[in-house]
Design a protein around this ligand. Structure first.
Ligand code: PEP
Length: 259
């Protein structure tokens, strides 16, 4: 797939405290080590709650683990009177590689608009964090057959004013809302259709060369039993995994989809 390294990222959502986090990361590392997992071949990242990140970082750095880590959100601002918010500067200082931006749970529960998401994408790049930008349609949009224009509209708005040099590093997750946490998974063809349309959008907005560098993940009820058929698709470069990332054995099996 044109030199793009596959990425399997575990979005823990609001699960696992800092002690449970270190247990899971250790188990995940042992399991992958046991299977001689090559992290250069398939990158593995965990995305814990903010309060776990320092513990996860200490473990990963201290034991020189090859796992990457990141956060689930960030403030669009760098510092100041924003009670309860977390700056990308803090995440970068902790060694985060990734930060999820625009997850559907943030868009629906916290009312984040494309404008907010766009500001967060820019904040992430300001601090050298790689945004995992989530887009995806609700059920009624899928039922109306309007999913492609819907997600293309989200991506276009979320990237307004973001320069090509940053977009080339971007990760985009296609997460149809009806497939998140429901056990209902999009077909590999649905995932391919969406990721290809999103890649074409980047090619039109920027260039084919930039589009070839962007990694597209599928997210929505990914499990060890369905990951390989989705990963087989040309434009799918990885998976964003929610529920199944909370079990070290199951998540490791997803990361080992090639085995
Ligand atoms: C997610 O929330 O990013 C997700 C894909 O969740 P799940 O795997 O549980 O559907």
């Amino acid at each position: 797939k044109a030199g793009r390294t596959p990425l399997i990222a575990g979005n823990w959502k609001m699960n696992l405290d800092h002690q449970q986090a270190t247990v899971l990361v250790q188990k995940l590392d042992w399991t992958l080590r046991d299977k001689k997992h090559d992290h250069d071949e398939t990158e593995v990242a965990v995305l814990p709650p903010y309060t776990d990140i320092r513990s996860v970082q200490t473990l990963i750095d201290g034991d020189r683990l090859k796992l990457k880590f990141g956060a689930q959100d960030l403030s669009p601002h760098d510092s100041g009177a924003y009670t309860g918010d977390i700056s990308g500067a803090f995440l970068a200082k902790l060694g985060c590689t990734y930060v999820v931006v625009g997850h559907s749970e943030r868009r629906t529960i916290h009312g984040e608009t494309d404008e907010t998401v766009n500001a967060k994408v820019k904040a992430a790049f300001r601090h050298d964090l790689v945004p995992i930008l989530c887009v995806g349609e609700p059920l009624e949009v899928r039922q109306a057959g309007e999913q492609i224009p819907y997600i293309v509209g989200q991506l276009t708005a979320d990237l307004a004013g973001v320069p090509a040099k940053d977009v080339a590093k971007l990760v985009v997750a296609y997460e149809p809302i009806w497939a998140i946490g429901t056990g209902e998974v999009a077909t590999p063809d649905d995932a391919q259709e969406a990721c290809a349309a999103l890649r074409d959008t980047i090619a039109e907005l920027y260039s084919g060369d930039v589009a070839d560098q962007v990694r597209f993940l599928y997210g929505g009820s990914v499990k060890s039993g369905n990951v390989a058929s989705i990963m087989a698709k040309d434009d799918v470069d990885g998976a964003l995994v929610g529920g199944a990332s909370l079990d070290a054995g199951e998540f490791a099996a997803i990361c080992r989809y090639k085995a």
